[in-house]
Design a protein around this ligand. Structure first.
Ligand code: MSP
Length: 527
């Protein structure tokens, strides 16, 4: 693997980020960090989608310019991602100058090639979706099914993109590449939608929508949402219609584009069609994740249950975002919906991160100090001496095998499933400790056996710290520090000889890697 390019959807900036937006950025960051353990050249793109009628209207209602509103809200997204340790390579804003210029050139090229034409049009426009709706997709009451709002009747001269020209090529691509759309069960939905697609409007009259990118040769029109927004994935890399940058040549096509299931149509039909029109290769995978509900209810301003990710960190007085990242990244099996609840959050992170994983390391290091002054001796290593304690070698093999299982899950973008494999390794290791009771071995004077149990567990803990790193980077670093383990090692270079012989740790250096989340805080956060 010589490079790995991954992207998220770019968020609308007419509000602050909520935990649905956070879910997507967290799973993408987890994927990025995992692949950075397998490849030196990972590029992770995220950002904000800033044009459109919604922004124009919200800004007007606040008495500020659309750009002022975008600046204010884009910063809220950047701040939230910082608090969550989202380690992106670039944060693109569709108001960025380089993006605007290239989008104009892309539009011009598509007009020149005959893929975009002008036509008068009457349609039902939903400003929530920022697109025209097909009358047959409306609810019985004539409302947009997603926003439950009546769409406006819009009559305009617009530019249209010849989506229909690419229909057969896209159907063929989806059928020939069963892992293009992940999860695969969504591919059938897309194939059904492709049955009755029509050409799409890609501009709006300036008289109706001012907050958009101008069409270069026709100042009465502004480029509308999807060509602008979708192009971010290539403009960010310096794509140019005449002379694409080296960065573009290195990273495109994307290895995975992470989006929510609600915008799969745009990414698996519109986006491939635009790319085909530009004669560019299609992304390798589109990962359509499910939606996050709050206490099993859809998040909505009217219900008043919209939660900001930073409010969770504050309510539980979390010093790092690791627990929240872990909870979100394991909230739903690949592509399925997931749920957030304060009680479940507290229970899960306490059980998995504090009681099982954190405690295992803490107890083992404490015993190493108690029985051996924190020293690891040559004869403790199963691999160097012999297996004195049954099950030690098999535990080490299981741990190495887990690396492959986790990698395999990530290859299929099954992130929650990868998390479960790690928890399972922690459970197996805890059972090994209980079965072999190192404290009894010490009492019986079987010191080498006792040392072997502790050393074997510490070897496995090195592997666990590497595997948990994408989910919980701070906890992983704390674990690795106490194990004198180099977390920068690539996953494929891990062996079961990660612990060095000699003095490892003294009493004062042992520190719990994760403190239990307080139950009273959960109650407080509810209020
Ligand atoms: N701006 C467009 C995307 C353009 S991509 C070229 C958009 N923005 S959005 O702000 O409405 O949504 C951004 C992402 O957040 C989407 O992938 C969407 O699916 C995701 N989510 C929004 N609410 C969500 C949940 N409640 N749960 C999980 N993801 C959700 O669409």
């Amino acid at each position: 693997m010589d490079k790995f390019y991954l992207t998220t959807a770019i968020d609308y900036v007419n509000g602050a980020p909520h935990i649905g937006h956070a879910y997507e950025k967290i799973i993408t960051d987890v994927i990025a960090r995992h692949f950075s353990q397998r490849c030196d050249n990972v590029y992770f793109l995220t950002g904000t989608d800033e044009h459109g009628i919604k922004i124009q209207k919200t800004a007007a209602s606040k008495g500020i310019t659309p750009k002022e509103l975008c600046d204010e809200n884009a910063q809220k997204f950047k701040d939230a991602w910082k608090a969550l340790d989202i380690d992106y390579t670039r944060f693109i804003r569709t108001t960025d100058e380089d993006h605007v210029k290239i989008v104009q050139k892309i539009f011009q090229k598509l007009v020149q090639n005959g893929d975009i034409y002008k036509n008068s049009y009457e349609g039902l426009y939903c400003s929530g979706c920022e697109c025209f709706l097909n009358p047959k997709d409306l609810t019985e009451d004539g409302l947009c099914p997603d926003h439950l709002k009546k769409p406006e009747v819009v009559r305009e001269e617009n530019y249209f993109f010849k989506l229909t020209k690419y229909k057969d090529a896209i159907i063929k691509h989806i059928k020939e590449n069963p892992d293009f759309i992940i999860p695969q069960f969504r591919a059938n939905e897309v194939l059904n939608q492709l049955e009755d697609i029509q050409d799409i409007s890609v501009s709006r009259a300036k008289s109706n929508v001012q907050w958009g990118i101008d069409v270069l040769d026709d100042p009465e029109q502004s480029i509308y949402v999807w060509i602008d927004a979708l192009s971010n994935y290539i403009t960010a890399l310096g794509y140019d219609t005449e002379n694409p940058s080296d960065k573009f040549k290195t990273y495109w096509p994307a290895d995975v584009q992470v989006i929510g299931k609600d915008i799969l149509k745009f990414h698996s039909i519109y986006w491939p069609a635009i790319l085909l029109a530009l004669d560019l290769p299609l992304p390798k995978h589109i990962l359509a994740h499910g939606w996050i509900t709050i206490d099993e209810a859809k998040m909505s301003k009217s219900i008043g249950n919209v939660i900001s990710p930073t409010s969770v960190l504050e309510a539980f007085e979390l010093e790092t975002p690791d627990a929240f990242r872990y909870y979100m990244a394991t909230a739903a099996p690949c592509g399925k919906d997931g749920n957030y609840s304060d009680d479940d959050f507290k229970e899960k992170v306490n059980a998995h991160l504090a009681n099982s994983m954190g405690n295992l390391l803490n107890r083992t290091l404490s015993m190493l100090v108690k029985y051996f002054d924190g020293d690891v001796k040559e004869e403790f290593f199963v691999s160097r001496g012999s297996e004195l304690v049954e099950g030690s070698l098999s535990l080490l093999k299981t741990a190495l095998n887990k690396i492959d299982l986790v990698k395999n899950n990530f290859d299929n973008f099954a992130i929650a499933e990868a998390g479960l494999e790690i928890v399972n390794l922690v459970d197996i290791t805890n059972k090994y400790v209980t079965d072999n009771a190192p404290w009894t071995l010490a009492k019986e004077g079987k010191m080498t056996e006792c040392g072997q149990v502790l050393t074997t567990v510490l070897e496995v803990m090195c592997i666990i710290s590497a595997l948990i790193y994408p989910f919980c980077p701070n906890i992983a670093k704390d674990m690795a520090r106490q194990l004198s383990f180099d977390l920068n090692k690539k996953l494929d270079d891990l062996t079961y000889e990660n612990i060095k012989t000699g003095h490892l740790i003294s009493k004062e250096e042992i520190k719990p890697v994760f403190l239990r989340v307080d139950s009273e805080l959960a109650d407080k956060s509810k209020k």
